[in-house]
Design a protein around this ligand. Structure first.
Ligand code: SF4
Length: 236
């Protein structure tokens, strides 16, 4: 548990640091008790590249909801092959998922926000809570300019929901900076990015957007913008 004063001091300490400097500090300090929770976004692929260049044993995991795009599964393989690693993949618990589908149906998320949250709970949040066991901190690819729900986030935060330190090394980066890093370092990325999908989640809950749209406009597009998080990044 970190106090608000300690969090504020850490944010001051790393105010002018690069993402790599922030990562190196916390990776050395926390070792395997720090992990990147990767959604395989361009931001998380950037962080994967940075972390594996610092330490090949870097702790990186992703969640397989069972509803991802084929391109996303291909990217998991491609990333493993490119870096010579095996990303740790967490899946939903079979019995819990079967119970949920038997009760609510296979695509209940379009019916209400409550049912959408219930699906995210079974397919994402429960596996995430297992992935978070034994961690002191998690690394996250949030950028403040991504959406209205993310504009107030900081480089280092206390994640009350999960009881962990949350580190957002790319919080001040623009989308252009991320792409520049991806291209110049030849980082593997999801090919749906080139087809109008700037933010990619589960297949039934993600659609392509126009260039003028908010980059998260294609996620849970049937809901209003302030509801478009899966519960991983709630603020209290
Ligand atoms: S994003 Fe959609 S399919 Fe994926 S877990 Fe959430 S509600 Fe379910």
């Amino acid at each position: 548990m970190y106090t608000q004063e300690e969090i504020a001091a850490l944010n001051r300490q790393f105010e002018n640091s690069t993402p790599q400097q922030v990562l190196q500090y916390f990776m050395e300090k926390l070792g395997s008790r720090l992990a990147l929770s990767s959604s395989l976004s361009i931001e998380d692929q950037t962080l994967t590249d940075m972390m594996l260049k610092i330490d090949k044993q870097a702790h990186i995991f992703t969640l397989d909801t069972g509803r991802l795009f084929p391109e996303t599964y291909q990217l998991i393989d491609q990333t493993n092959e490119h870096y010579g690693v095996k990303l740790h993949v967490f899946c939903p618990q079979t019995e819990e998922l079967q119970r949920f589908v038997a009760t609510e149906g296979i695509n209940p998320f379009y019916e209400s926000i409550e049912k959408r949250h219930a699906c995210c709970q079974v397919r994402k949040l429960e596996p995430l809570s297992r992935a978070f066991r034994d961690l002191d901190a998690w690394v996250c690819g949030l950028r403040s300019s991504q959406s209205v729900t993310r504009s107030a986030m900081q480089l280092i935060e206390w994640d009350e929901q999960h009881g962990l330190l949350k580190i957002n090394p790319l919080i001040h980066w623009s989308e252009e900076q991320v792409w520049e890093y991806i291209k110049s370092n030849r980082v593997p990325y999801n090919r749906l990015q080139d087809k109008g999908f700037p933010s990619i989640g589960c297949e039934p809950c993600t659609r392509a957007v126009r260039r003028i749209d908010d980059i998260r406009a294609g996620r849970w597009w049937w809901e209003s913008p302030e509801h478009r998080e899966c519960g991983l990044h709630q603020r209290y």
